[in-house]
Write a protein that binds this ligand. Structure first.
Ligand code: BTN
Length: 331
C-alpha cells in the first residue's frame, strides 16, 4: 500500500521519536483529530508501531533516520563520488530496481546511476519472492552499470557485490556477518540483507546490470510478519544506531568501487575474500531446485561464482546460482 501525503507528513514529523498530541498533528495538517486517529490506525496496518502515553501524546516506537541525499553523499569518498552519475532518493516506489530500469528505458542512464527509496510497494527478492520493504526502516538501493562482453562474465557480479556489502559492514565495526551463497548477507546465521542482480541485454554484446541491495536496518516486528526465514536487522546486530545515511553512503562507496573494476577483473580479485566471509564453508548443505535436492559439503566458489559442492565420494560439482537455493542439511 502506498502512503497518502498526509500519512507521509505525519511520519516525517514523528520520525525523531518525540511525543505529539493529536491536537498538534491535527492543527499542522489542518484536519480533525478523528482524521489523525484514522491515519495513525492505517499507518499501524502498514507496519508502523506507535506508543501512546496519557497526557504526553503519541510517538513512533522506533524513531526513523530519514534518508538525506546530502548526508549520504558526504559519506562517499571524493574518489568514489567521481563514479556517481546520479543519486535519486525517492519516498515511495514499487521497486528501486524497477525504477532504475524504467528510467533507463526512457533515457539511457550513465554508469553509477543510483536510486534509493524509503519504501518499496513491490520490493523484489530472488526466486520471485517479495522483499519486505516498509517505510524508513531499512535500506533499498539499486545501481546501474553497463558492461561490454558476454553475459556469462556477469555471473559473479552479485557475489563481488556481496563482498562489497560485507566490507562496508566490517569498516563500520560490525562483526559476525558473512555471506551465504550466492548472495545472502547473514549475521549470526540470520538474514540481514540480500542482493538481486537483474540484467538487460543491449545491442552489440553490451549488457546493463541493475544491482539491487536490501539491508534490514531497524524493522518493526509487525513489518516483518511476512518474512519466511530467520532475520535480523542492523540495530540488533550492531547493538544500536549505526546511522542509516552513513551506512547508505559507505555502502554506495564500496559497491561503486567493485562495479568500476568488475569489467576488467571480474570476480577473481574477490574470490579469496568471498571465501573468508562464507558462513557455510565446510558445512553439509542442500541445493534445492524445483522440488529436488542434492546434498554435499560447501567448498567455496569458482571465479565465475559457482559453488563447489563436494559430494559423497569426493567428486566436486560446480553449481550455478540460477534458480537454486541453498539450505543447511538437517543433522
Ligand atoms: C534476496 O532475495 O535476497 C534479494 C533481495 C534484494 C532486495 C533489494 S531492495 C532494493 C532492490 N529493489 C528490489 O525490488 N529488490 C532489491
Amino acid at each position: 500500500m502506498e502512503l497518502s501525503s498526509a500519512q507521509k507528513t505525519i511520519i516525517k514529523r514523528m520520525a525523531n521519536g518525540r511525543f505529539f498530541s493529536g491536537q498538534e498533528l491535527a492543527e499542522e495538517l489542518e484536519v480533525s483529530r478523528a482524521s489523525i486517529w484514522n491515519y495513525l490506525k492505517a499507518l499501524e496496518k502498514v507496519g508502523f508501531e506507535f506508543h501512546a502515553v496519557k497526557g504526553k501524546g503519541t510517538r513512533l516506537k522506533l524513531s526513523i533516520e530519514l534518508l538525506d541525499k546530502q548526508r549520504i553523499i558526504s559519506n562517499i569518498s571524493a574518489d568514489r563520488r567521481k563514479l556517481l552519475a546520479q543519486l535519486d532518493v525517492l519516498d515511495v516506489c514499487q521497486s528501486t530496481n524497477q525504477y532504475i530500469a524504467q528510467q533507463h528505458s526512457l533515457k539511457s542512464l550513465l554508469n553509477g546511476s543510483i536510486c534509493m527509496a524509503e519504501m518499496q510497494t513491490m520490493g523484489r527478492g530472488r526466486l520471485g519472492k517479495t522483499w519486505v520493504s516498509p517505510y524508513g526502516q531499512n535500506l533499498y538501493v539499486s545501481f546501474l552499470w553497463n558492461f561490454k562482453g558476454g553475459i556469462s562474465a556477469l555471473s559473479g557480479l552479485s557475489l563481488a557485490c556481496g563482498v562489497a556489502v560485507c566490507n562496508t559492514l566490517k569498516e563500520l565495526g560490525l562483526g559476525e556477518h558473512g555471506l551465504k551463497w550466492p548472495n545472502d548477507i547473514l549475521w549470526q546465521g540470520k538474514k540481514l540483507g540480500g542482493i538481486l542482480v537483474e540484467i538487460q541485454g543491449e545491442s552489440q554484446g553490451s549488457y546493463t546490470a541493475i544491482i539491487g541491495i536490501g539491508i534490514n536496518y531497524q524493522m518493526s516486528s509487525v513489518s516483518s510478519n511476512d518474512i519466511d526465514q530467520p532475520w535480523v536487522d542492523m540495530h540488533k546486530a550492531y547493538g544500536g544506531p549505526m546511522g542509516r545515511n552513513r551506512l547508505a553512503g559507505r555502502l554506495i562507496d564500496y559497491v561503486l568501487g567493485v562495479l568500476d573494476g568488475y569489467e576488467q577483473g571480474g570476480l577473481s580479485p574477490y574470490v579469496e575474500q568471498w571465501n573468508t566471509f562464507d558462513c557455510y564453508a565446510g558445512k553439509k548443505v542442500r541445493i534445492i531446485s524445483g522440488g529436488q535436492y542434492e546434498e554435499g559439503v560447501a567448498n567455496g566458489i569458482s571465479t565465475s561464482g559457482e559453488l563447489f559442492l563436494k559430494m559423497a565420494g569426493g567428486k566436486v560439482k560446480n553449481i550455478m546460482s540460477g534458480e537454486v537455493s541453498l539450505r543447511l542439511s538437517d543433522g
